[in-house]
Design a protein around this ligand. Sequence first.
Ligand code: C2O
Ligand code: CU
Length: 481
Amino acid sequence: MESRFAMSSLGSPIVDRRAFLLAGAGAAAAGLLPRSGRAEAPCAEYNLTAASAQSPILGASRPWTEVWSYNGSIPGPEIRVRQGEPVRINVRNGLSEETTVHWHGIRLPNNMDGVPGLTQRPIAPGETFTYKFTPPDAGTFWYHSHSNSLQQLGRGLTGPLIVEEAERYPVDRDLVWMFADWRLTTDAQIASGFGNAMEAAMSGRVGNTVTVNGAISSGEQVHAGERIRLRLINGALARIMALRFEGHRPVIIAVDGQPCQPHQPPNGRLLLGPAMRIDIVLNLRGKPGHHYAVRDDFYENLAYTVTHLNYSANAALRTARDDNDVPLPGNPLPEPDLQGAEPHQIVLQGGMMGGGMMHGMGGMSGMAHDASWSINGHSMIGDGQASMPSLLTLPRGRSIILKMQNKTAWWHPMHLHGYSFKLLRRNGTPVPHRQWGDTVLMAPKDNVDVAFVADNPGKWMLHCHITDHQVSGMMSVLDVR
Ligand code: C2O
Ligand code: CU
């Protein structure tokens, strides 16, 4: 039932579209009916087809945008499974180029990780590949293409992946807001120019149109007195977001799917780099009939309203509850042994400086043509290939500390595949609220230490999730064996 809730809560153009998908004969093919089989079958099954489609990003009355999507919807269908329950996802490639799907944040077997060349042969046009895994952790995750990432992500190949806790968290509704950022031309088409070298050495391809669940949003309909869980997913190519909920006090209960101690964000500002997720609880204490803006003020002087909380005129459902400090149940993450841990330095370099000079690239030996960025002096470019040498070999079962140093003048959301890591310190200060993540946002010159137990064997990507940075050098491979 929760998935119905989430769907009926989407912005209006999308409601119609999804309702149509649900009602139509395409519903089964759209992969939207996994729950029916749950009681009988031990395994949830989904079908995703990556193909081009038309989507009303700017609203049904404006020109529709040609996108690449899963099952014709932007974002792709919500995949919702239970913690510890196996899932199979049949991915058919209806594009005219190779693709793969990465299940971002899920701790899964290496050969299901979706990195072309490195963990699997890419899915050729017309072929189908079946991904199978059993998510050990409950939380908010997402899936996206990992092939020709700049274009495949930038044209829409992303979707939410929700792993439910065994017991329902005490809220009235559970909603997903998946953000995307598009660079649209005046006729609402996706602008060309992916992979611009100048942009790649700076902030990446930041767009001009931010959508919530696939369309520009006029708001979420809410009721006074309600308590909602809102799962925020930044599925943008490059845009970092800093969200403020006017008139409300969000409480963070999970970061990157992993439960933390419930806390309010510093200055009421939720920092969400590309690929990051934050689950919040909102007690809706606004006035019936009022509208409250949700603003993103990350980039200086470029603040804008992402969406609104639109209160119905009805009187409050109940007097506000004060129980929003309930923590989520923990996930079965192995606790790293910090005393015995093996430390490794990870140094991020490159990018444009204020004066347009390249800076601090270290040894040029590992540098590929077109590289703007490097990790420990090496630049791997692209999306993944069979021949990628490993930056580090980590002994299986050992606790590892990555001491990451951002020597650049730019922000980087650094993502490790196959693991969640514990955030230990930022610039020498312990990170509060027991936070884990799979993507850590590093400010210019930040030093961040993270730790994990290297219990999942295989070759795992470590890369910046600003896609232009990833494909122009800020990528490496950690080999656990
Ligand atoms: Cu969202 Cu290589 O990952
Ligand atoms: Cu980066």
